[in-house]
Structure formats: structure tokens, C-alpha cells
Ligand binder design. Structure first.
Ligand code: URA
Length: 337
């Protein structure tokens, strides 16, 4: 992306800013990133398709919004699966696919695969046969869904919904512009965040800030930063660990309410925990399979990229992250039109 193009598209990125991200010489070669995405697409095409398989794009930018597929079943994560976030909606933008061919005056060709006459018969379902027990509504979640910002902040500060409250110093609610168009979502607080009560304040946070600057946004200015869980998960030795499915399920209603209140234009899931929790996917789904596609969190476009802490250890993947951010930016522009 040339500097001029960046200025034209309003993202204000520059080589200096991209150097700040530490990836200038790598991702300036746009075709490299494209090749990588194409290579990944090829690998996916060769792989055995799974229920969680997603579509890949041919170019990181500009890319029209694509729908996410139905999420994979999550037998091992019933609480998250039951959450409404697990149901992606239809795409807002037109699909760049060929439309099904329709015979003149007749039913579309794809109906041939059904018994057309039978499909016209009304089906009467005897009373009571489709009755399923109504899912139990957690009264706390019902109240969270109605909360405004001050109520939500107070509720999180006092939260005892899972065991993480026992080891925390501070809850980490989230930070930024409460009317932001960009929402970045990480996994959970680490040591520094637990002490300061703010997300992404350590080395990974510094990299995230540089990533934001390269996109023409910054913490607190048209960007909001939050995590899947609001308290720091640690293992028995006191080291950071990913949150358990139960911890995610307990905390997710807070983030869901934050998203409703913010109404962002684009969500960026930073790493696997954020992606699988928001999309309701199988926890074994690798980030590599989720990149290069615009997913849907409810009706909102969601782009997946690597977690900044991972990028600090795996410098070779920074160029892929830039491709992901380009996809997010082109998605944002398409939504703004
Ligand atoms: N990693 C995260 O996912 N979130 C933070 O807030 C800090 C590190």
C-alpha cells in the first residue's frame, strides 16, 4: 500500500509507522503477503474439509465481506455454544459468487435436488411434539443485557462469577472510546494488566499500539480494547494461562454487552481464544485457518489475526498480521460506504 494510497483512504499509514510496527521491510512487499495467503488457501483446499472450515480470500485487500460458516459443534463447551454469539448472520455485502442459475419461468435449478411437490405440502406438527424445554435463563445474564456503562463497570468490578476473582488484583474492564468504530479483543489480562487494571499495557500492548497507529487509529481514539475474560488466569505456578471454557462462558456476557453498547464497525480478534470464543468454534481450530476471511459476530464483521504476544515470539508472522489488518481496513471502508 503506497503512502499516497494510505492518505487517500484515510488510514494515514506511512513507512515510518509501519517501521514502528517492526515489519516495514517485510510487508512492504505486498505480493509476498498475497502469496502467503494464496498458499494458505491452497493448503486449505487440499485439506479434508471440516464443519469449521472457512472460506479464504484471494487477496488481502480490498476484500468484500464474506459470511462465516456455521460454527462447529462445541460439545466440550456447552455454555459458550448456547450463547447467541455462536450464530453468524447473513452477509451485509453482496457475495462475489455466481448466482444460482434459474430456469426461465420455473423453479431455480437447485430445487431439482428436492421433491418439489412434497415441498409445497403444508406440514402439520401435532401440538406438543416440537416442545422442547425452555433453556434456563441465568438472571444475572438477563440483567447484564440491560446494563448501561456505569452499571456494567460496577458489576465487573464486583464480579464473582468464576474462580478467577480469587487471584486477581484488579479486574480489567476494557479501555478506549466507548463509541469506537474499531474493537480489538484479546484473551485476558496478564501480570501487568492485573496490576494496572488496563488491557495490553505490557510489551504485547506496545506492539498492539503500533499496529493501531499503522491503521490510523489509537487507543482511546476511535478504538476500544477489551479481552475475553476480565481477570487474569494463572496456573498453579503463577504463570499466565488461557482461560478455561467455563471461565470464558462466565465472563463473555460482559463483553457481549460491551459490544452492544459500543456498536463497532469492525471487530478484530487477537489470537485464538478471542476468535473461537466469539465465533463459537471448536477450540482446536488454528488461527491460520481463521485468517483471510471476514467472519460474522452476530451482524458485525470480524477479522482474525495473531495475538501480539505470539508475534513477539514469531516475527515471521508479522507480515501475515499486516495482511489481516489490511483485510480489516478494507472491510471497514466497505462498511462505511
Ligand atoms: N494479552 C491479552 O490478551 N490481553 C491483555 O490485556 C494483555 C495481554
Amino acid at each position: 500500500m503506497s503512502e499516497q494510497t494510505n492518505q487517500e483512504n484515510g488510514f494515514g499509514s506511512s513507512l515510518a509507522l509501519l517501521d514502528a510496527l517492526g515489519i516495514g521491510p517485510v510487508w512492504v512487499r505486498r505480493e509476498l503477503a498475497v502469496e502467503e495467503v494464496q498458499e494458505q488457501a491452497q493448503q486449505q483446499a487440499n485439506a479434508t474439509p471440516t464443519a469449521a472450515a472457512v472460506e479464504t480470500v484471494e487477496s488481502p485487500s480490498p476484500v468484500p465481506v464474506q459470511p462465516a460458516r456455521e460454527p462447529a459443534p462445541m460439545a466440550e463447551r456447552p455454555a459458550v455454544q448456547a450463547s447467541p454469539v455462536a450464530a453468524p448472520k447473513a452477509p451485509a455485502a453482496p457475495m462475489p459468487r455466481s448466482a444460482p442459475v434459474q430456469e426461465e419461468g420455473g423453479p431455480p435449478a437447485w430445487l431439482d435436488e428436492m421433491d418439489f411437490a412434497a415441498s409445497l405440502e403444508p406440514v402439520l406438527i401435532p401440538e406438543g411434539e416440537d416442545d422442547e424445554p425452555a433453556p434456563a435463563v441465568d438472571p444475572v445474564i438477563a440483567r447484564i443485557k440491560q446494563m448501561d456503562w456505569p452499571q456494567l463497570k460496577e458489576q465487573v468490578a464486583d464480579c464473582r462469577r468464576c474462580g478467577l476473582c480469587q487471584g486477581r488484583k484488579k479486574t480489567v474492564f476494557g479501555v478506549g472510546d466507548e463509541k469506537a468504530k474499531w474493537l480489538f479483543i484479546g484473551e485476558g489480562p496478564g501480570r501487568n494488566e492485573d496490576i494496572q487494571g488496563e488491557p495490553f499495557v505490557g510489551p504485547a500492548g506496545k506492539l498492539l499500539d503500533n499496529m493501531l497507529v499503522s491503521m490510523g487509529v489509537k487507543r482511546g481514539d476511535n478504538a476500544y480494547i477489551a479481552n475475553i475474560v476480565k481477570c487474569r488466569p494463572t496456573d498453579e505456578t503463577g504463570r499466565d494461562r488461557p482461560p478455561s471454557p467455563q471461565e470464558v462462558a462466565s465472563c463473555l456476557p460482559y463483553l457481549q454487552r460491551q459490544i452492544e453498547l459500543i456498536q463497532p464497525t469492525v471487530l478484530v480478534a487477537l489470537g485464538k481464544t478471542a476468535a473461537i470464543s466469539l465465533l463459537g468454534l471448536d477450540p482446536t481450530t488454528p488461527v491460520a485457518r481463521l485468517r483471510g476471511t471476514v467472519h460474522r459476530y452476530q451482524e458485525l464483521p470480524l477479522v482474525v489475526t495473531y495475538h501480539p504476544a505470539y508475534l513477539l515470539r514469531s516475527l515471521q508472522d508479522k507480515s501475515k498480521t499486516w495482511a489481516d489488518l489490511c483485510l480489516a481496513m478494507s472491510t471497514y471502508q466497505a462498511q462505511a460506504r
